[in-house]
Design a protein around this ligand. Structure first.
Ligand code: RIB
Ligand code: CA
Length: 313
């Protein structure tokens, strides 16, 4: 199996951190060309710092980490310290990074990478607000047709909203950017809350990760110990949903997931439902299908994969 060339666009975020670790632990399936950071869970100054903290935790200090957009296209930034803590990586006590940020803006890295690789050979993996991706598409429309696929975490249908009654956080923070991405015509695979709320880090699963007895296993377990309190309180769930690693797990073992190729539109006008992913799950409209929207996942298979790969770091 040839490895897929990917760029992870991210707002770490404990769950983003686990997604990055899973990618770094899976070189046979995933060639990480770079990490582009965006403001989301916490401001850009933290997301760029956290991405490098995670790369150093994994001992991968040669990863290119770029700073991207520090605010949504047309709105004030909404962050999620109430979920992820002040730093965005609360939980473990990890050292500040030594590795520098890569030179240049994340948007220019996205553009240059897509222009310099053969069409259809680079997959974009956004796991935060879509500001960087949309900005790159606006600045260089020629790159749109070169994207192999976008596999993103965002949106919801049956699970509806987590930051408002109607909207999931990544889409809500920059709905205009999401509208551009979903209308671009690039093949899109969506990991919505409908799927990510099925991959809960139960005590047993977190103990298995902690039981690896490695710095990575211990740090991930401590991230989850912190990150889970919000979802346990709010949903009464049996652990934290590991949203973002679903994107990377899909690249490694797509058979873990199933969904439908349907139309997904983004609400950008109504304040009441701003950022809602209006997913035509039941195909009641004649709007053209533009995304593969996942609805179920083999949660045990997901955690078996994740734990096995984290053990490699
Ligand atoms: O709604 C979940 C998403 O918002 C995840 O990507 C999490 O990291 C936050 O960014
Ligand atoms: Ca994220």
């Amino acid at each position: 199996m040839t490895s897929r060339k990917i760029i992870i666009d991210t707002d770490p975020g404990q769950d983003d951190a686990v997604a990055i670790l899973l990618a770094l632990a899976s070189p046979e399936e995933v060639e990480l060309l770079g990490i582009t950071c965006v403001a989301g869970n916490v401001p850009l100054s933290y997301t760029t710092k956290n991405a490098r903290i995670i790369c150093e935790l994994a001992g991968k200090t040669d990863v290119l980490v770029y700073a991207g957009c520090d605010a949504p296209l047309a709105r004030k930034l909404v962050t999620a310290e109430h979920v992820h803590g002040r730093t965005g990586l609360d939980g473990p006590d990890l050292p500040d990074p030594h590795m520098p940020l890569a030179e240049g803006h994340a948007v220019d890295f996205l553009i240059e990478t897509l222009r310099s690789h053969p069409a259809g050979s680079v997959t974009l993996c956004p796991i935060g607000p879509l500001t960087n991706i949309a900005t790159a598409f606006k600045k260089a429309p020629d790159i749109i047709e070169k994207v192999q696929e976008i596999v993103l975490m965002g949106g919801a249908y049956f699970q509806v909203g987590n930051i408002t009654p109607a909207a999931e956080f990544n889409i809500y923070v920059d709905p205009e950017a999401a509208g551009i991405v979903f209308a671009a015509g690039v093949p899109i695979v969506v990991m919505p809350l409908d799927v990510t709320h099925q991959v809960l880090v139960t005590r047993a699963r977190n103990d298995a990760i902690r039981g690896l007895g490695t710095p990575v296993g211990t740090a991930v377990a401590q991230m989850t110990d912190f990150f889970e309190r919000y979802d346990r309180e709010k949903y009464g769930s049996d652990g934290a949903p590991l949203h973002d690693p679903c994107v990377i797990a899909y690249l490694i073992r797509p058979e873990l997931f199933s969904g439908r190729h349907i139309n997904v539109e983004i609400e950008t006008a109504s304040e009441l439902t701003l950022g809602m992913t209006v997913a035509d799950w039941w195909r009641v409209t004649d709007r053209p299908a533009n995304a593969t929207f996942m609805g179920s996942v083999d949660a045990d298979g997901f955690f078996d994969l994740l734990t096995e790969r984290l053990a490699r770091l």
